[in-house]
Write a protein that binds this ligand. Structure first.
Ligand SMILES: Cc1cc2nc3c(=O)[nH]c(=O)nc-3n(C[C@H](O)[C@H](O)[C@H](O)COP(=O)(O)OP(=O)(O)OC[C@H]3O[C@@H](n4cnc5c(N)ncnc54)[C@H](O)[C@@H]3O)c2cc1C
Length: 425
């Protein structure tokens, strides 16, 4: 079986090695000079491979049951045995999985070695601009750099536009469209949020603090996250913000009014917080509000909160009175930030949207064109921060590669289904 794979990223390299291991003659195309470039940037250069806290709530897609079936065929454990059997040790840091070396380059080295050992023809510096099904010969023709190749099966593993320059990284969608696939609206995912009013942010830029953040669109709660929030000079960043940023992106696209509510005291129950603040109010009656706030949270945040409320640091508690102080301190539990946009695709770690998941089978085969397969981020499936996007690349890459080579994974779905149900949340 001759298998062509477009895109030598995480999913394409996984598909190539798998197809070769199932005896296919594989050609892997990469438009860059070298394979797997994006991998080197993952996990801040450490490559967060996957996560032991794995469940379907970590993913966004149109059919979670189907996704669950797919992950049942090739799970984190299969991924671990893939890397470990190829010599790469893996470590867990609070469930987040990394190569033991904590170097993303180790993962790429493993792939490079196996691409070579498995005799996979790797064609780099080759931007595939056209691919089509040829009815007469029941083959796929692939075109790039003025050359044409012919394959029995084809895998599109082109990734998406995240982290790339404007209008880059869209070829995978165009190729898929050519085969009759629908491309769902593509927006940045895992990205920073830009506030409408930047005054507050200029003052707190660089601050990182623990907070609970809630995302609302037209007043409806879309998501809640807790963790280290980063304040930049234009808005909000950090993992908790990234986790629901794709929902913010879609809501803004739909013209909804999007805001984030920040609670700076996430670990304190409302009643306990009120009690503490009441004691503090009595204790600091003869002091300034600046002294009242001393020893609470980050000083820059306190100063910006005061400025936003029009209260001067030197104002005395006794002069301000209970109502004003109470309203002010309670606003720390619900600071509303209006969001005007998400940062652009170049700043995003993944894209949301892409080739309609409902048009792809559990064997990662196109329902529009048999013999055509998809893997990775090009598909409208995206995960939260924490290794879930790479796990999707490994899983979909394996399944696409194996089925393209002619070894169906259909029977594995049935075997795994019963046990895996328990893992679903
Ligand atoms: C900064 C950063 C950090 C990240 N960190 C993590 C992390 O720690 N953990 C995690 O799970 N996820 C992380 N991600 C997301 C993860 O890297 C991606 O989801 C994953 O790489 C997607 O794999 P892929 O194979 O689908 O696409 P890609 O890795 O993007 O690979 C697609 C490949 O196809 C090539 N290509 C595209 N079009 C063509 C064409 N027409 N012809 C030839 N070649 C083509 C591209 O050049 C590219 O090499 C991170 C992303 C970024 C940007």
């Amino acid at each position: 079986m001759r298998v062509g794979i477009i895109g030598a990223g995480a999913s394409g390299m996984m598909a190539a090695i798998t197809a070769a291991n199932y005896n296919a003659k594989v050609t892997l195309f990469e438009k860059n000079e070298r394979v797997g470039q994006k991998l080197l940037a993952t996990g801040n250069g450490k490559c967060n491979l996957s996560n032991l806290e794995f469940n379907m709530s970590k993913y966004y897609c149109a059919d979670k049951e189907k996704l669950h079936t797919i992950f049942g065929v090739y799970s984190i454990w299969d991924m671990l045995s893939f890397f470990e059997s190829r010599g790469m040790m893996v470590r867990s840091k609070n469930g987040y999985l990394y190569p033991y070396s904590e170097q993303a380059s180790t993962v790429l080295d493993v792939f490079r070695r196996n691409l070579k050992n498995d005799n996979i023809e790797t064609v780099t510096d080759c931007d595939i601009t056209m691919a089509e099904y040829q009815k007469d010969s029941n083959t796929f023709a692939v075109m790039g750099n003025g050359k044409v190749w012919e394959f029995d099966k084809l895998v599109i593993a082109c990734g998406g536009p995240a982290s790339l320059k404007k209008n880059d990284g869209l070829t995978g969608f165009k190729l898929a469209e050519g085969f009759g696939h629908t491309i769902n609206k593509v927006v940045p995912g895992l990205v920073q949020l830009r506030a409408s009013d930047k005054t507050f942010f200029k003052a707190v830029s660089g601050v990182r603090c623990q907070a609970k953040v809630s995302l609302l669109a037209d007043g409806i709660l879309l998501g809640e996250e807790e963790g280290e929030v980063q304040f930049t000079d234009y808005g909000l960043s950090g993992i908790p913000i990234f986790q629901f940023s794709r929902m913010a992106a879609y809501a803004i696209e739909e013209g909804k009014r999007v805001c984030v509510s920040v609670n700076f005291f996430p670990d304190q129950e409302q009643k306990a917080f009120e009690y503490q603040m009441r004691l503090r109010y009595d204790y600091y009656m003869d002091s300034t509000i600046e002294e009242f706030l001393l020893g609470t949270i980050n000083k820059k945040i306190n100063q910006a909160m005061l400025k936003a409320s029009g209260i001067k640091p030197a104002d005395r508690i006794s002069q301000l009175g209970f109502k004003k102080v109470w309203e002010f301190i309670m606003s720390y539990r619900n600071l509303t930030i209006h969001i005007e946009s998400v940062n652009d695709m170049e700043h995003a770690q993944v894209c949301a949207g892409g080739v309609d998941f409902m048009q792809i089978s559990t064997q990662m085969e196109s329902m529009k064109c048999p013999g055509l397969y998809f893997a990775g981020e090009v598909i409208d499936v995206d995960g939260k921060c924490g290794g879930y996007n790479l796990q999707w690349a490994w899983t979909s890459g394996y399944i696409a590669g194996r089925n393209a080579a002619g070894s169906s994974t259909k029977s594995l779905e049935v075997e795994n289904h019963g046990e895996e149900k328990h893992a679903e949340n």
